[in-house]
Design a protein around this ligand. Structure first.
Ligand code: ZN
Ligand code: ZN
Length: 415
């Protein structure tokens, strides 16, 4: 096996096919598709993998998995999510999206890569191109996981349920990355929690409908719901250890049709963010207790609490995170890489490793010109990563992270 000096290693910027990388990015950005409807995106990814002679299969409909066997060594899975969002793009970019899509309920909506998943696909495909062109620089097995449906928290689960790890080699580690509102060129890796878990609930509280002038004949679900919403805020402020972060947000509240009718029910939705499984259990138990307790003291029937969706833990195994961070520092430069803090957003990435009980590492890379003022956040209609050094950084970070395990000269005896 050839030992490559640092300057000519696979993560060298000169190895990237920049023109092709930019063409891929422009195409994907202009052609976004909604979650679990990434049909053309999957076709596009397959065509690129075909061009690289990488064997691939479909998983969960619009998921694509490419596998590169390259001799002895560990198995590394690298995941890129592929879906876009129902947002009307306002970036004014020459390659801005004018795409429309259809939500599950039939509503036609504008579609935009407002979370930057187009940079993830581009980085993964560019990294794959470099790695297959330099098979002497590494050995082992690379599994490229192009995952649909991240934004709706169903894609990772769908791939696992569709036999992902029976059909692809079972990895020793799962890697992933996300573009964020950080300066372009910067990479952050957290040790421990990378993103929060999320639980979304729909709550229906029932009362007794009556004339607005006759409260004695009613059980008022609006007063009940208001008490619940207020009291839920005491879970974080009065029940949790203040060193354990959590968020409980009531994002919608709907009840009634007319001011002189006390309605029969109220409906609201909750979004709950936590980092530690024990804290999650504690918060969810308290949420259920407050809702049913407030209903009981209001003399109301048992409320209905339904789970809308759940994002699992996105946890960086500290040893693996240290290994990847060291590789990124060496490959991208000390000044580009720092230890990050956990993000309050959520990801279904953890599902891919959690189900087979292997470690994972998930890092962030920046996408914005640091002198350009406050960058827009992910999911903003103005979310427009600068193409460079964003894409080169994403691709080089992917290559470097993968080679932290598969690169020539890595001591893998400890795995
Ligand atoms: Zn997103
Ligand atoms: Zn995202």
């Amino acid at each position: 096996m050839t030992a490559h000096p640092e300057t000519t290693g696979p993560a060298d910027p000169a190895r990237l096919d920049t023109e092709r990388m930019h063409r891929i990015y422009r195409h994907l950005h202009a052609n976004p598709e909604l979650s679990m409807k990434e049909y053309a995106t999957a076709d596009f990814i397959e065509a690129e993998l075909d061009d690289l002679d990488i064997a691939h299969f479909r998983c969960a409909g619009t998921g694509v998995v490419g596998v590169v066997h390259n001799g002895e060594g560990p198995v590394v899975a690298f995941r890129a999510d592929t879906d876009a969002l129902p947002i009307r793009e306002e970036t004014g970019l020459e390659y801005a999206s004018e795409a429309v899509g259809t939500l599950d309920d039939g509503t036609e909506v504008p579609v935009m890569h407002g979370c930057g998943h187009d940079t993830h696909i581009t980085s993964a495909l560019t990294a794959a191109r470099v790695l297959v062109s330099d098979l002497d620089a590494w050995s082992g097995t690379l599994v490229l996981v192009f995952q649909p449906g991240e934004e709706t928290a169903v894609g990772a689960r769908a791939m696992v349920d569709d036999g992902l790890w029976n059909r692809a080699p079972r990895p020793d580690v799962v890697l992933g990355q996300h573009v964020m509102s950080l300066p372009a060129g910067a990479v952050t890796v957290s040790h421990g929690a990378a993103m929060s878990m999320a639980d979304s609930l729909k709550v229906t509280v029932y009362g007794r409908q009556a004339h607005g002038s006759q409260p004695q004949a009613s059980v008022d679900p609006i007063v009940l719901g208001a008490s619940i919403v207020t009291r839920l805020q005491t879970i974080v402020s009065r029940e949790l250890d203040p060193r354990s972060p959590a968020v409980i947000t009531c994002g919608t509240f709907h009840a009634g049709f007319k001011e002189n009718i006390i309605p029969g029910k109220a409906e609201f939705t909750l979004n709950i963010r936590t980092f530690e499984p024990e804290v999650r259990d504690q918060v969810l138990a308290a949420v259920h207790r407050v809702i049913t307790g407030e209903a009981a003291v209001s003399n109301a029937p048992e409320p209905l609490i339904e789970e809308l969706y759940r994002f699992p833990q996105c946890y960086n195994d500290p040893d693996e995170a240290a290994r990847v961070e060291a590789a990124l520092r060496a490959g991208l430069g000390e000044d580009r890489v720092s230890e990050g803090v956990p993000d309050m957003g959520s990801e279904d990435f953890g599902e891919l490793s959690e189900t087979i009980d292997v470690p994972s590492v998930y890092w962030f890379f920046g996408g914005f010109d640091p002198v350009d003022g406050e960058p827009p956040s992910n999911h903003s209609p103005y979310f427009a990563p600068v193409m460079e050094p964003t894409l080169a950084t994403g691709a080089r970070a992917a290559i470097t992270g993968i080679l932290a395990y598969l690169g020539a000269g890595n001591d893998r005896s400890g795995d």
